[in-house]
Design a protein around this ligand. Structure first.
Ligand SMILES: Cc1cc2nc3c(=O)[nH]c(=O)nc-3n(C[C@H](O)[C@H](O)[C@H](O)COP(=O)(O)O)c2cc1C
Length: 229
């Protein structure tokens, strides 16, 4: 169907592309394949070339007492950047909660303190979402909750903010992930699957056909995103 020499040319061409550039190229090529032949450019790349869907810009917030949530949120932002997704990383005490109505993609990494309470740094944010009956229908969100199963109210602050955003009309695009003290591996999976779903949705790629437990969340996020976008 395609000559070996051409395959080799393509392989050489993509060899030093970044992941973001490959995603762009994939959207560009599938757009070309779907376009009417008469619309295809005859010389070089014309203005009629399809524009691939842009990767989302996301906000990552954190509410922390002893730094774990900040560390995770920082790693989340670094991974997003590697995947070509720009993020704004901000502590909940620096975040203007009224901006929730302007946000499109909002993620929060939050620990639980005291007896099921949010960290002090998240108090202003909690007061806002509980005391203002705002409509967050444009907001797509996800919550990564840090806690400790030895406490009776495990990850209560994360559960609370997850439910409250939903009540205000926001769309939960990824299930709440509650994390115990050995949180690294599960957190890594949640972040990776979310970012994979966001990047593949942006490029309109078909999700992998391989089936495994780890992939099912990614697929469900993916399905959700396709329905919403
Ligand atoms: C004083 C104190 C109270 C805590 N209360 C809870 C709790 O009620 N529920 C829970 O799941 N974890 C609780 N934890 C555990 C923390 O949420 C957990 O250690 C988390 O990783 C801390 O994250 P941070 O460093 O971002 O604040 C508590 C920890 C401390 C020190």
């Amino acid at each position: 169907m395609i000559a070996q020499s051409k395959i080799q040319q393509v392989q050489e061409m993509v060899a030093d592309l970044t992941k973001e550039e490959i995603i762009w190229l994939s959207g560009y090529l599938s757009g070309l394949a779907g376009a009417e032949t008469k619309l295809l450019p005859t010389e070089g790349v014309s203005a009629a070339a399809p524009t691939p869907v842009a990767l989302p810009k996301i906000t990552i917030t954190y509410g922390t007492e002893t730094g774990n949530a900040k560390k995770l949120a920082t790693s989340f932002a670094a991974k997003a950047k590697k995947n070509g997704i720009q993020s704004k990383l901000v502590s909940l005490d620096q975040y203007k909660p009224a901006d929730l109505q302007k946000e499109e993609w909002f993620f929060t990494v939050i620990s639980t303190q005291g007896e099921g309470e949010p960290p002090a740094a998240a108090k202003k944010f909690f007061d806002y979402v509980y005391q203002n009956n705002v409509s967050l229908s444009k907001l797509k969100y996800g919550v990564l909750a840090l806690g400790d199963t030895s406490y009776p109210l495990f990850c209560k602050a994360g559960e609370d903010v997850d439910e409250q955003l939903l009540k205000l009309g926001a769309k939960r695009i990824v299930p709440l992930q509650k994390l115990d003290t050995d949180y690294e591996e599960e957190a890594e999976q949640w972040i990776t699957q979310l970012l994979n779903a966001l990047t593949s949705s942006a490029s309109q790629a078909v999700p992998s056909a391989t089936s495994s437990c780890k992939e099912s969340r990614e697929k469900s996020i993916h399905r959700y995103l396709f329905k919403q976008m």
